[in-house]
Design a protein around this ligand. Sequence first.
Ligand SMILES: Nc1ncnc2c1ncn2[C@@H]1O[C@H](COP(=O)(O)OP(=O)(O)O)[C@@H](O)[C@H]1O
Ligand SMILES: [Mg+2]
Length: 295
Amino acid sequence: MKTFTTAGPVKPDEHYNIPALSRWDTDEIHRLIQEKRYFVLHAPRQTGKTTCLLALMAELNAGKDYTALYVNVEPAQAARGNVEAGMRTIVGVVAQNARRYLGDRRPGQWVDETFRESGSHGALQNLLSRWSEEDDRPIVLLLDEVDSLVGDTLISLLRQIRAGYPDRPEAFPQTVLLCGVRDIRDYRIHSDDNEIITGGSAFNIKSKSLRLGNFSQKDVMALYAQHTEETGQVFENGVMDYIFEQTAGQPWLVNALGYEACFEMRADQHRTRPITMEIMMEARERLIERRDTHI
Ligand SMILES: Nc1ncnc2c1ncn2[C@@H]1O[C@H](COP(=O)(O)OP(=O)(O)O)[C@@H](O)[C@H]1O
Ligand SMILES: [Mg+2]
């Protein structure tokens, strides 16, 4: 049985969902990839960025043109400005995800050699370069949570990508998509020597920025219609308008209200009874009281 989810990326076979790739301009994304562009996707927390990136990876890998890999660099946040530790972590996640999502064990076998050859300020570039050379298809790298990194680790990541850029697509990824809550031009990075470096100057590749928006009212209705289809439970007139009004279509909030009203509260024992305005208003109060709106 499917439900509304509020815990991380949406899995279409487990959760009510709006098809992720319908939420942004897929034609434009394909065009940017075709043109070997590097670009930025940014939106506030809990908007559906990770869900979109995972869907894009699956779509690209199902086609024949590219090898796409999703990598969340957040684990390297703990390294703060320690480039050695940070890059070990990032390169490790690249290798781990190549194995997990693509069944490709080669990057994992190259890790030690890349650090020996290039040190921590070049290991990621070296690994991506070698992988691009040896893979049959151009690589599309989807880097998530980039702006969770800080200091010299972030600077080194951006500089290594910049250094490899001219070698694409034969010896570096054809496209790198940087995803985070801010536009890269707005990054202000404090290096260890107390310099403030802006993201734009560390990256220095003319990148396009795409923004992911909230759900439209049509999206909200389509999402809740999935609950009705799954369970037979309907929503009283006006409830959809109320939800859209209260959430402005913020994807996490839309799901949180639905989960609270249809699953958390007693309503789930009576699927034959509609979800009324009163239930929805109580769900809203409960959410506010719990303050678990981590957005
Ligand atoms: N395509 C979608 N359909 C329905 N709900 C979604 C969708 N994408 C995101 N959400 C909602 O947003 C929450 C956060 O999604 P996630 O992809 O982790 O966002 P982000 O990476 O921007 O923080 C999900 O738990 C879900 O409640
Ligand atoms: Mg995310």
